[in-house]
Design a protein around this ligand. Structure first.
Ligand SMILES: *Cc1c(COP(=O)(O)O)cnc(C)c1O
Length: 430
């Protein structure tokens, strides 16, 4: 039996969080103490499959030894210098990352929201300096039901009343169009194209409930932007790094794990935003990638972060990306994702009174529960799944997202599908 650092029970630890922490989350009642690969253990030693993967930050599996070694080795040498000086990790990392994803430049940050903010700043400045938008009038088009983070500017263009309500006044300059609606996008882009600097989009909307757009939405949206000299900005913080069965979701159905701009299915964004699994969940690392003509609008003093590009982050992210390539995680996500949706579709067919739909790409999937959006069914099902040894979390409405670490094996995946089937049967019987 595995023991934790703490001698306190789950009950006691939950009570501590409840008493001393802000209530800005509503976690499932499970207290985790250890993780390895696809597994996590609670403080009582019970083992679970992790089907959230820290919102797809832990694609490489928990505590991957290569990534942890990189962290520990680098931590012994140098952790933080700030960007007031050069450090011996940053240049190598920047070269590695830009080659890995096929861009000329990267701007390193820490969290996803910071990277989105960075992209917004770059896009606006490009709009003024390169496109000639009149001062203070740059617009960025976003999509309804988006999730791009939690800062004031980002929630200013959220359509989620819970995320946005009572945090105003809001940052102006954003306009929303329905997701996956090319006609609506075109209409908005044609209103004042000379004042629109960029279009920011998730290639699959993760938080919203794993909404997969039509196959042509992303490429066609990018083409609409290109024709109007509007930057196409892809937020791949959740969809990137192998999660959807391609290195990036914008790679479409190509499995080459990068380096394939020639591929017909590849939609090259002007600005690419990465976070989460770029570090394997070991350390907060995010990045904005673009070519020189765009990135050069940012000059010394105009943007930065004390921790951005620190040696620890560089070492961790390089190791994490090596693991994705060496262990062929993209290919695994694609194969096992197909199998997962096949198994879930069987359940949807057998128990339509419980499940109405499964959707997703690779190992980013969601099962839609057949109940009203405000019912507790998805939550209750997640509690039962946890009791049965599998952790997942409801997302907006009655939807359960299933996103295991990409290191999951075929046997493990089949076992997990059996666990889910057992819980669904149990709900069907009640
Ligand atoms: C998680 C996420 C973010 C925000 O990342 P944080 O690290 O939580 O700030 C932004 N965009 C998308 C698509 C995400 O999934």
């Amino acid at each position: 039996m595995l023991t934790s650092n703490s001698t306190l029970s789950s009950e006691a630890l939950m009570e501590l969080e409840n008493q001393y922490g802000a209530h800005n989350y509503h976690p499932l009642p499970v207290v985790l103490a250890r993780g390895r690969g696809v597994y996590v253990w609670d403080v009582e030693g019970k083992r679970y499959y992790d089907f959230l993967s820290a919102y797809s930050a832990v694609n490489q599996g928990h505590c991957h030894p290569r990534i942890i070694d990189a962290l520990v080795e680098q931590a012994r040498e140098l952790t933080l210098t700030s960007r007031a000086f050069y450090n011996d990790g940053l240049g190598l990392y920047e070269e590695y990352l830009t080659r890995y994803f096929g861009f000329e430049k990267v701007l390193p940050m820490n969290t996803g929201a910071e990277a989105v903010e960075t992209a917004v700043k770059i896009v606006r400045k490009w709009g003024y300096e390169k496109k000639g938008i009149p001062a203070g009038e740059a617009k960025i088009i976003v999509c309804g039901q988006n999730f791009h983070g939690r800062t004031i500017s980002i929630i200013s263009f959220s359509s989620d009343p819970n995320a946005k309500g009572q945090f105003g006044p809001y940052t102006p300059g954003f306009q929303s169009v329905p997701y996956n609606d090319l006609a609506a996008l075109q209409a908005v882009l044609d209103q004042e194209p000379e004042k629109i600097a960029g279009f920011l989009v998730e290639p699959i909307q993760g938080e919203a409930g794993v909404y997969v757009p039509d196959d042509n939405f992303i490429p066609a949206a990018a083409a609409l932007c290109r024709e109007r000299n509007i930057l196409f900005v892809a937020d791949e913080i959740q969809t990137g790094i192998g999660r959807t069965g391609a290195l990036l979701r914008i790679c479409g159905d190509c499995t080459c794990a990068g380096h394939c701009e020639q591929q017909a299915t590849y939609t090259r964004p002007d600005v690419l935003i990465l976070g989460k699994a770029i570090s394997g969940g070991v350390y907060p690392v995010s990045a904005v990638l673009a070519d020189n003509t765009i990135m050069e609008v940012i000059r010394p003093g105009q943007h930065g972060s004390t921790f951005g590009g620190n040696p620890l982050a560089c070492a961790v992210a390089m190791a994490a990306l090596e693991v994705v390539r060496d262990e062929k995680l993209t290919q695994n996500a694609r194969q096992l994702g197909n199998r997962f949706r096949e198994r879930m579709q069987e359940l949807v067919d057998r128990f339509p009174q419980v499940l109405s739909k499964v959707r997703g790409k690779g190992l980013l999937n969601a099962v839609v529960i057949n109940d009203t959006p405000d019912s507790k069914t998805a939550w209750n099902m997640c509690v039962s799944l946890a009791e049965a040894g599998l952790l997942a979390k409801p997302t907006h409405g009655n939807i359960i997202r299933f996103a295991p670490p990409l290191v999951i094996t075929e046997d493990q995946l089949e076992e997990c599908c059996d666990i889910i089937a057992g819980v669904v049967e149990q709900f069907a019987a009640n």
